[in-house]
Design a protein around this ligand. Sequence first.
Ligand code: AHR
Length: 311
Amino acid sequence: KEDDSPAGSASSGGGKKLTLGFSQVGSESGWRTANSQSVKDAAKEAGFTLKFSDAQQKQENQISAIRSYIAQKVDVIAFSPVVVTGWDAVLREAKNAKIPVVLTDRSVETSDESLYVTLVGSDFTDEGRRAARILEKVLDKAGHKGPVKIAQLEGTTGAAPAIERGKGFKEVMEAEHKDDWKIVVSQTGDFTRAGGKQVMAAFLQSNPDINVLFAHNDDMGIGAIQAIEAAGKKPGKDILIVTVDGVKDGFVAMSEGKINAIVECNPLLGPQLMEVVQKVKDGETVERWIKTEESDFMQDQAKEALPNRKY
Ligand code: AHR
């Protein structure tokens, strides 16, 4: 799906408008919807011509979109890679065509670091660590005693946030909770509500003694809540829930007592991205990784924070 939206205002300096080709992962979650909107709004605000395409969570669609941006000779290509591997060939084509590539939101694994200029996005490993840290508080607050039997709903298999959130969480767990915490089941829910619901229903069948859920995003957590309720259990009480993102629906579920804590992952990357894209086009040096600032929220902060959530 491609959408060419020539942006409104004139470019800085009154010269030719900068053309940005952007390949989005898909529209799998509330986070993604907010991220796409932020990119579109910020491109308009910056006066860029934005060529935007939605890859529907398929790597081959992203590769085709990038190839088409190369053929169209855009000034800069930005994309949020659905998975970490398999990009070298198309990135080399961009490099040979002298079109700089900026990664946004998610990173890639490459044998040649010169194939992209920078990454604008979150530290997902740290989000995983923060999820484990906030789970310590949640267990404490709930007065939990005894073994912690964790179900993990992973993001899209092979995607940076799924790999790194899992890694960061495990790091804290193995260093400090080796004896009392255990991930008893872990499977992908593909970052979607439907996936979260379906996989959680299966988890509850195979492991009815789960008492904690760590979901790699709010949407899967919300889907899981439906499965937990359908199984006659109370989300947020019988099963303590920690999720990542902080979208409005996540905050609604948290203010209803169904999610215990959320680790924020900020999707509003558009303004920072456009700033970097302009600098890259102008030949300025930019940092290799431009990180996003984020917070963590416990259930008792949900009601107050909800009206101020921007996504
Ligand atoms: O890459 C960011 C992740 O992708 C978000 O946490 C998730 O909701 C989205 O689909």
